[in-house]
Design a protein around this ligand. Sequence first.
Ligand code: SF4
Length: 170
Amino acid sequence: MNIHAYYPIDVVNGPGTRCTLFVSGCEHRCRGCYNPRTWRLDSGQPFTLALEEQLIADLNDTKVPRRGLSISGGDPMHPDNVPHVRRLLHRVRRCCPGKDIWLWTGYQWETLSEAQQTVIALVDVLIDGPFIREEYDPQLRWRGSKNQRILKTAELGQRKDLFTTIPAAS
Ligand code: SF4
């Protein structure tokens, strides 16, 4: 898996102070995409074991406590990224207790494959859906367009028909 960027300290992508990873590869090609350079799977740089070790150490750093990990892109749910992201998130769950995981994808939750759902099972909050330029609203927090939803995954299994959306201002 390739990545475009890793921010060891980030206060923009999700609540609190976080580590944020932007992976390469996205097949949605949204009009008005904020970063088309991330579309190609082979763009960016390889996600190395050394970088993974750094990410785990950063999440456990007590000098600058991190609330959790944000993983975005590109699209972490691109089918080619799924096994790599699942392995990484399993490790974060195992080695970084108490940290939350937020994940951004251009797919809608209802359309995710079984393989993609196994990744979502490791995530606390999912921001789903493509960026739609006509729905763009600069007031929105943690998402770019109104069609995108901020979903607490713990509640998705029980209420598949009704999604829990965190208000934009929260
Ligand atoms: S899902 Fe995100 S990265 Fe992919 S094309 Fe849409 S806005 Fe760009």
